[in-house]
Design a protein around this ligand. Structure first.
Ligand code: XIL
Length: 376
């Protein structure tokens, strides 16, 4: 080998080693999970690429930063039981194996929900709506099959998702219409029978709204009075730069915790994009037509909005830290901005910046400040 060529090879090898160790070390440099250790768990929702570790950079990041994981979609009823009696556990099994491999806390999301439930669930063999008895039986079978499969492995389940409206009334879901409000107690009971040690949660969005807060409080009180095992309330936390106020969010943390249950922030993201409709919630069936004016940061965030986002995140983490004795876990709904569902909801094809890590897998500058806050 001639001299210039071997020098070139040496330089390339050194660059490769430097780059490789940089990539390996980099995610561990700032560590959310060690910063919040002793305060609350810090989690992320994982998509299939992450569950199957096809996204290597994400895998390194998840491992270095988070100690709790939730499946973003693959444990929802339409994926687990697409046809009656035909369960498909492939992706969910993989999710559970991944969590166990890295010693992470596993959260099951979600057993009973009006969205992403398969259509067959509510239709009888005669093509008409099912009777109350059949729906209860289908709920029982779904919950017991799923929960018992992962018995002792899943720390806690979002047993029921989004049963109360923002004004505190019951959502007119098929579960409610066909079974009545008792569906919620039955769901918790079935889950408890299948895994007596699993924690059981109620999860919902817009939990800082007064009406919803009161509705959830009275529903949970009733469950507790009836002796139902119910361990926690999940406040989803799909937030924006203006909504909701910190004071309203704090009021709900305090009220929920006074019921004697754990409070969890289960699906945190902060959107910088305009919300086209009147609702600030996270009803996944709401969709609006794309319009360029609704997508103002396709080429990048302005410094002003970036700083608003940073302040908003710092304010919320300061609140979580203040109430760390009541908050068990904070889960981000995604890992990097590129993965976030907010890029496609409630308008498809926008560019949002709702998470702690950017599209290049880098922690946003304010993450360091949040970590500093946690150390204080
Ligand atoms: C979202 C997922 O992120 C999307 O990928 C999917 O298309 C729709 O559901 N509330 C919940 C979550 O409880 O399960 C939802 O997740 C977001 C709103």
């Amino acid at each position: 080998m001639n001299k210039p060529r071997s020098v070139l090879l040496l330089v390339i090898t050194l660059l490769f080693i430097a780059n490789h160790s940089w990539a390996q070390k980099r995610p561990g440099e700032l560590s959310l999970k060690s910063a919040f250790s002793g305060k609350f768990e810090i989690g992320a929702a994982l998509n299939l690429r992450q569950i199957y570790e096809r996204d290597e950079q994400a895998a390194a990041l998840i491992n270095a930063q988070f100690n709790s994981i939730t499946a973003e979609n693959c444990m929802k009823a339409m994926y687990l039981q697409p046809k009656e009696g035909e369960f498909n556990f492939k992706d969910a099994d993989r999710f559970v194996e991944l969590g166990e491999k890295y010693g992470m806390q596993l959260i099951g999301h979600t057993l009973i929900w009006h969205s992403q439930a398969p259509d067959w669930f509510f239709i009888g063999k005669d093509g008409k709506e099912v009777t109350r008895e059949i729906l209860i039986e289908r709920m029982r079978k779904h919950i017991q099959t799923v929960v018992s499969r992962y018995k002792g492995r899943i720390k806690g389940w979002d047993v029921v998702n989004e049963a109360i409206l923002d004004n505190g009334d019951w959502r007119q879901s098929k579960f409610y219409q066909i079974i009545g409000e008792g569906f919620i107690e039955l769901a918790f009971q079935f889950a408890h029978e299948a895994d007596p040690d699993a924690e059981l949660y109620y999860n919902d969005f817009s939990m800082s709204q007064k009406g919803k807060r009161e509705g959830v409080v009275s529903m949970v009180r009733k469950l507790k009075d009836n002796g139902v095992r119910m361990n926690g309330i999940g406040m989803q936390g799909h937030l924006s730069l203006e909504y909701p106020s910190l004071a309203d969010f704090e009021a709900s943390i305090l009220e929920f915790s006074s019921l004697g249950v754990k409070v969890m922030i289960t699906e945190l993201d902060i959107s910088v994009l305009p919300m086209p409709g009147p609702s600030q919630g996270a009803e996944v069936s709401t969709n609006y037509q794309y319009d360029q004016v609704l997508n103002p940061y396709a080429e990048g965030l302005s410094a002003a909005v970036e700083s608003k986002l940073a302040n908003r995140y710092k304010d919320f983490f300061a609140l979580f830290l203040k109430h760390h004795d009541k908050i068990d876990r904070v889960t981000l709904w995604g890992v990097t901005d590129a993965d976030s569902w907010k890029n496609n909801w409630p308008v498809r094809g926008r560019t949002d910046y709702p998470l702690l890590f950017d599209r290049n897998y880098q922690a946003k500058p304010f993450v360091r400040e949040i970590i500093e806050m946690a150390k204080e």
